[in-house]
Design a protein around this ligand. Sequence first.
Ligand SMILES: C[S@@+](CC[C@H](N)C(=O)[O-])C[C@H]1O[C@@H](n2cnc3c(N)ncnc32)[C@H](O)[C@@H]1O
Length: 329
Amino acid sequence: MPQLPANGLRALSLYSGGGGLDLSFERAGYEHVASYEILGHAAETLARNRPNWKVFGSEAGDVKGVDWTSWKGKVDVLHGGPPCQPFSNAGRQEGHLDPRDCWPATAAAIKAVQPNAFIAENVPALAGTKFSSYVQEIILTPLTAGRPRYHVRQFILEARDFGIPQVRRRVFFVGFKTKRAAEAFEVPEPTHAWNEPTSNLLPTMSLREALGLPKDNRYVEGLSPTIRSGLTGPRHTTSVNNSASSARTWASMGVWPNGVAVDRTAASGFPPDSGAFRMSVADVALIQGFPESWTWPRAVYQAVGQIGNAVPPPLGWRVARAVAAALKA
Ligand SMILES: C[S@@+](CC[C@H](N)C(=O)[O-])C[C@H]1O[C@@H](n2cnc3c(N)ncnc32)[C@H](O)[C@@H]1O
């Protein structure tokens, strides 16, 4: 995910979390105009890593309470991943009945800011039949009618197809003000392939390789299960495991998804009784595609929560680049 030269486009970030999509856009050459994030500790991660960014955190970062008119005409691309708990298979899937649902606020922000394009990301369950009328009524109808009227594309991407050593599917909604840009937009094509020796694409590395573990029979080759969006369940967890079946997959690969340690020294000093490899925050960030230079809070539950919620930056980078190319076509 190399840093691309400035592309002259301004990006506004909503629901910024610990900065996955923000980093994608920065590396794709966009100018960062501001981030809005309700969780103070996540906003602090952004401010600490990028002291020159304008970051609105806590109450000032609540997307539901912002008057967006001051941003009108000053943003080329608005991006964000509204909270996924109302739709996630891991939750009750109550959609608009869940008070954490932020899609109406997202659509309202887009209509008020009037960017040339937007990117909104979420769990793939939102693209399933259960939420098809929700998507139509709450997302598509408001955005594709009235002024401005967006031409919206919807697609699912797999993180492993972009070199991330993790099974992680996400749905993207990408909208353009002009039909021309919408028609020029190309959904990013896979750059990597997992376990396909005859493929012409680059090989996606295994979890073992990503963690730098030796090649022996303790560590079966495989991909990390989806890193849990840790701020969705009990708050103070230091686990990145998201289900019983994922726990079996982690165990089969000789890696312990619980008790993530603050750093590698602490992780190696206290291995679990099973003898499996204990991960540190830096390891989890690596599996999510973050550069090592991006720093995290000392409180592990905050760090793994922010990492687990993130769009893997190299995946977001592909989408950010594709949107820039369409806007410039
Ligand atoms: C799925 S995460 C976004 C992750 C981010 N896109 C990334 O790539 O790192 C959703 C974020 O929305 C934040 N959030 C929830 N409700 C919010 C609100 N009303 N206003 C602003 N942020 C909110 C959560 O704290 C969480 O960090």
